[in-house]
Design a protein around this ligand. Structure first.
Ligand code: HEM
Length: 403
């Protein structure tokens, strides 16, 4: 992973070059949704975003065309495997069991559920990964990374073969291949983030129209990365979405050494004894409660549970100590294993919201309290009153008609 982290593939210039792909795929999604809704109807926005973001990570990450954004019925093999692995009602039950197995050691002796589906998806991903790496290496041998080879894998392969890195830093082919499935999975988490942003906008119509006004102020359908980043209200809406509904709700770490963790505020035990630190033994599993930190009233104030993009005009001093790589939030975590794709994801989400919110109006399709989230680290949306619906986010979508 060293080389991935040192690699320029996730830097600002690379993401700027990928914005064309984000815009093109967003426009394709807009046109498909437009045909699907006619004058307005309920659609599963999450399902379409999932397909779109898979297409994006395929093309932007690996110069690979998933063609997931096809009319219903013409599905892609790997996309099918992903759906069964991560989004079906059965996979949700399997995920809960796997989560319990991770947290309660004795349960790990039970056979992991859904193993066949996991193995099938993994095999498909590894086969594609091998082919992608071979193609990318062949392209680079013949001509180097050209304008059309701006995908992250080509950049990685080029930098991996460069004379500027030391021998011990080079990844073997097997190591590069092992990274690719992680990217397929991690690289399309923008679907959850964008779906919950649209959910938040559907239940806050005044925020939705204020955002649409700002987005309409740009006289183009194909904004550059710098233009997208120049829209302050869009930035605030995304920050507020990522605060209130972080797609990754928690993470786990294991202490590698005995340690003592100092506390910013002391706590008392039941005998009234005060402690200003916690002793942690080597091997202790620690849960990092991302969602809880983002909704903590002692940090964000009494309205911490409310969706209020304006709070970003003036964030509380207490938020400045949250470990973070972006916006005083733990959405992309912090430290050596923070999310490598966070800049990629933010521009992708901006491009999708820019395109969809200018074209459509979004209203809730089910009561607000029927929208729930899977209990796994990645909190994908579902409808609690439709237990057989798998992951979904239904909304009533209508064409936005300028008056
Ligand atoms: C809104 C979208 C996203 C969110 C919320 C998100 C969040 C996260 C979080 C919390 C982690 C740390 C997990 C842990 O260590 O426990 C992580 C890791 C990672 N993310 Fe993302 N991510 C997003 C999008 C992306 C995209 C678009 C890519 C790739 C293009 C990506 C690639 C990765 C990779 C490779 C790692 C592993 C990094 C490492 O272990 O060193 N992510 N992500």
């Amino acid at each position: 992973m060293v080389i991935l982290l040192q690699n320029p593939a996730f830097g600002v210039p690379q993401i700027r070059a990928l914005t064309e792909i984000f815009n093109r795929k967003s426009a394709q999604l807009r046109d498909i949704m437009s045909r699907e809704i006619g004058e307005g109807s309920r659609i599963d926005v999450f399902g379409w975003l999932r397909k779109m973001t898979l297409d994006v990570i395929g093309e932007a990450g690996f110069n690979y065309k998933f063609n997931a954004l096809q009319p219903e019925g013409q599905t892609n093999d790997l996309e099918d495997a992903f759906t069964r692995l991560m989004h079906s009602p059965q996979s949700q039950r399997h995920n809960v069991t796997r989560l319990l197995q991770a947290e309660i050691p004795i349960l790990a002796f039970l056979p992991a559920p859904g193993r066949k589906v996991v193995e099938e998806a993994r095999e498909k991903m590894v086969n594609i990964a091998k082919k992608l790496l071979a193609d990318s290496q062949a392209d680079i041998k013949t001509g180097g990374v050209s304008g059309t080879q701006r995908d992250l894998l080509s950049l990685l392969v080029q930098s991996n073969t460069s004379n500027n890195i030391q021998e011990h830093q080079r990844l073997s082919d097997a190591e590069v291949i092992a990274q690719i499935p992680t990217f397929f999975v991690a690289g399309h988490e923008s679907d959850t983030a964008t779906a919950v942003a649209l959910h938040a906008l559907s239940i806050h119509p005044s925020v939705q129209s204020k955002l649409r006004d700002e987005l309409s102020s740009l006289a183009t359908d194909e904004p550059t990365m710098d233009e997208l980043n120049s829209l302050p209200y869009l930035e605030k809406v995304i920050r507020e979405t990522m605060r209130l509904y972080p797609p990754v709700g928690f993470s786990m770490r294991e202490a590698m050494e005995n340690d003592v963790l100092p506390l910013s505020k002391p706590y008392f035990d039941r005998y009234g004894k005060t402690y200003d630190s916690i002793t942690i033994r080597k091997g202790t599993a620690i849960r990092i409660p991302i969602s809880a930190v983002h909704r903590d009233k002692t940090i964000w104030g009494a309205d911490a549970a409310d969706f209020r993009p304006e709070r970003w005009d003036n964030i509380p001093e207490a938020a400045s100590v949250i470990p973070s790589v972006w916006a005083n939030l733990m959405t992309f975590l912090a430290g050596p294993h923070n999310c490598i794709g966070f800049r990629f994801s933010l521009v992708e989400i901006k491009s999708i919201l820019f395109t969809l919110v200018r074209a459509f109006e979004f209203e809730p399709a089910v009561p607000e309290d029927a929208i729930g989230f899977s209990p796994t680290p990645v909190r994908r949306p579902k409808v609690t009153t439709e237990p057989n619906g798998g992951n979904q986010l239904p909304l009533i979508v209508r064409p936005f008609l300028k008056t």
